[in-house]
Write a new protein. Sequence first.
Length: 361
Amino acid sequence: MSLNATWEQVLDRVGTVDQVASATPVTLTEGSASGVRALDVRTIDGLHATVLLDRGMDIAQAWYRGAPLAWTSPTGPVHPAFAAGGDWLASFHGGLLVTCGTQNLGHACVVDGVRHSFHGAVSNTPARGVRWSVERDPPAVVVEGVVREVRVLGADVELRRRLRFEVASPRLLVEDAVTNLDDRPAPLLLLYHLNLGWPVIDASSRLFGWPAAVRALPGDRWSEAASDAAIAAGDHDRFAPPTPDWPIQVFEHAGEDDADSRTVGVLNPAYEPTDGLAVAVTYRPSELPYLRRWRMLRRRTYLMGIEPCTSPVGGREELHERGLLPLLAPGETRRFSVSFTVGAGDAARGLADRGTEEEQP
């Protein structure tokens, strides 16, 4: 905690807990974001984020000590009513977290007469039964809700999400429990689309903790060729200033499958206002066995995506044909957790050092 005091001592010094940890409900009102329910979450340690309740309980903008952590797209957080056409990129708000799935990942496809949009529908689904509170031991702002992806005569999959914003440290934990409520098996496809932007991403930034084995992902010829070229040149893990016509580059990293957890991240040691800034992402390979990274350093589209996921990303139809489509049995529940830890100054360099140590064989 920023104050050198116990939680009870802090509470003795404030009129309400909202002074040090709060979740304030808001409704967005401008343009295509009009009507989106959201929560403005703040903690004393400097973590500040917008939770989009009507967009799968994803995280839009996020800041630490005034520094933005995520790239925000020009679309903004589009209301699901305006995203009904299924053009995922027309409503891709960027932000710290966009959840992809649960019934499709990758290319749009038609299966058994049902059209599945690019990267699925869960991020464009409003949450139900949302509640929030400030827990005391240990102190945290906790937001909970249910995102249910359901279609008559189709899948009925429920994602119960719990977001835990720690007060004693700049850390956010995302805990998901996905249950098949139908009496037939259902695909379970999840990808956590984590979008880091400036000033975390800059020409001076560097990766830490990433598995050394890397390959270009199959995709369009331009993307795959650009990724292969970056690997061959040995600069796939480097950054550059915003560059006109920078190509999409997508990489897949492979590590030890039996690792209990894996932490990967980015450090910008040259960000002067905080004497360095870093973001680390921790997940379990047993839950999310695939790790993708996409790099886009074009002007205005300047970011790096971190994407732990349940399967390759080629579209549900292709995954079925390749025998790689994960299925959730009737009544079955599977759990997933992803955490974000932020550091500034010496703490940022400490995050990177620990990640580099874990990377060593």
